[in-house]
Design a protein around this ligand. Structure first.
Ligand code: PLP
Length: 450
């Protein structure tokens, strides 16, 4: 087997039993992992190098974030230069020039009227920021009764309390008690009959948007502040919106004075073959949350895009007063701004934000060629993201897909699993032959599963 014995790892990396145990790993089965750690020590372009010296093809862009690929020289140099020049500047009542330059460039990437950018350090923080903006927006306009937030089953909006409250992934909620008050959830759009093995956006299920009407009727629109959805749900297993669904949500929100928030932490920065999901679906929400691809994963950073309508509602009253009592020590961190500016350069020079559209058909056909593999019950794709859903082993949910993940890693490809779904979202620089390798290896893995 390719996996290393623990003493071998200790030899190569200098890690001892003790310092393996000190690190409480996130979203990881710690005890299992530490028996047989999977350690990455280098990355360049499409590949990681594992501690035992293997080249691992990155089928997931790290965690859906390294959209420009790894070790991009321009980004590396920009961060190195920045840290030597200005390591940190306070973000409150002070600023540094790159924060303005970056915001202007980001705003120019987004369609009007999403013209204003608020910085955070992660997707989770972007979500909290957008939810707070939505609540404060209504209050600023004298509609403080609008306090209710609506998410969706199977939604993933990070791990902070607002995010897990509007989120709908049960495992991420059930350990943590009561959640935010005044939150409700629309039904998810996974598994709608007739949508199995759809290529791209599925045809059936626009009526699921009317589930928002059910909640509006139940609670009265005057109590609802905002609806938050991922245009394409990523972490729950690449769940696509039925054709027309997002447009219908927009219409309903408009009719009832409700803000619409798109969580584009995964779909932003080229994942769907357009700069944002906003562009792909031609639907303009009031707030858009982003992170990940913003810096291609190099430095933690998130950003919330706000429409002029939202921003302007705050820009009233005496101009020496703070308009929004919210922000982070590391908002607009100089290293993150430098990384993001260089990342946007790479995206522009190599046309990566639209490259997914050019590769989408090849990606789609490659993925759907797995249709006849054992255990496969659905395949979903859009842009350069895709999922292969497996039939769960009776009584042992998640086990089959996780076994596939382990075997894939042994065969030098990195994939991700959520439940019994295998998800993939490679760096946007992936070539056709690398798609062949990724999918071909996955085929071998699927054939080897019990
Ligand atoms: N929102 C969405 C849609 C995400 O996919 C994620 C992460 O996968 C987050 C929020 C949370 O981002 P982070 O892990 O950077 O906090």
């Amino acid at each position: 087997a390719n996996t290393m014995a623990r003493d071998e790892i200790e030899q190569i990396t200098g890690l001892t039993t003790n310092n393996l145990d000190a690190y409480w790993m996130p979203f990881t089965a710690n005890r299992q992992f530490k028996k047989d750690p999977r350690l990455l020590v280098k990355a360049k372009d499409m590949h990681y190098t594992s501690a035992d010296g293997r080249q691992i093809l990155d089928g997931t862009a790290g965690l859906w974030c390294c959209n420009a690929g790894h070790g991009r020289q321009k980004i590396v140099e920009a961060v190195q230069k920045q840290v030597a020049e200005l390591d940190y500047a306070p973000a409150f009542q002070m600023a540094h020039p790159k924060s303005f330059e970056l915001a202007a460039r980001l705003a120019a990437l987004m369609p009007d009227p999403l013209n204003h950018v608020f910085y955070t350090n992660s997707g989770s923080e972007s979500v909290e920021t957008a939810l707070k903006m939505a609540l404060a927006y209504h209050k600023a306009r004298g509609e403080g009764s609008r306090t209710r937030l609506i998410g969706r089953e199977r939604g993933y909006h990070g791990v902070n309390f607002g995010g897990i409250s509007v989120g709908g992934m049960v495992a991420n909620r059930k350990q943590f008690g009561a959640m935010l008050a005044g939150v409700d959830h629309m039904r998810h759009t996974h598994g709608i009959a007739g949508n199995e093995f759809s290529k791209g956006v599925p045809k059936n299920g626009i009526e699921y948007a009317e589930d928002l009407m059910r909640l509006i009727q139940l609670h009265d629109p005057s109590t609802i502040a905002a609806v938050i959805v991922e245009p394409v749900a990523g972490s729950a297993g690449v769940i696509l919106p039925p054709e027309g669904y997002l447009k219908r949500l927009r219409e309903i929100c408009d009719e009832h004075g409700i803000l619409l928030i798109f969580d584009e932490v995964i779909t932003g920065f080229g994942r769907l073959g357009t700069p944002f999901g906003v562009d792909y679906f031609d639907v303009i929400p009031d707030l858009v949350t982003t992170a990940k691809g913003l810096t291609s994963g190099v430095v933690p950073m998130g950003a919330v895009f706000a429409s002029s309508k939202v921003y302007d509602a705050f820009m009233t009253g005496p101009d020496h007063l703070i308009e929004l009592f919210h922000g982070y020590t590391y908002s607009a961190h100089p290293l993150a701004c430098a990384a993001a500016l260089a990342t946007l350069d790479v995206y522009a020079e190599e046309e990566l934000l639209t490259r997914g559209a050019k590769m989408a058909e090849y990606w789609q056909e490659a993925l759907h060629s797995l249709r006849d593999c054992p255990h496969v019950i659905d395949i979903r794709n859009i842009g350069l993201i895709g999922a292969v859903e497996l039939e769960p082993i009776a009584g042992e949910p998640t086990k089959r897909a996780f076994t596939a993940f382990l075997k894939a890693y042994e065969k030098n490809i990195l994939i991700r699993t959520t439940g019994d779904t295998i998800a993939m979202s490679p760096p946007l620089i992936i070539s056709e032959s690398e798609i062949d390798t990724l999918v071909g290896t996955l085929r071998d893995v699927l054939k080897s599963l019990d």
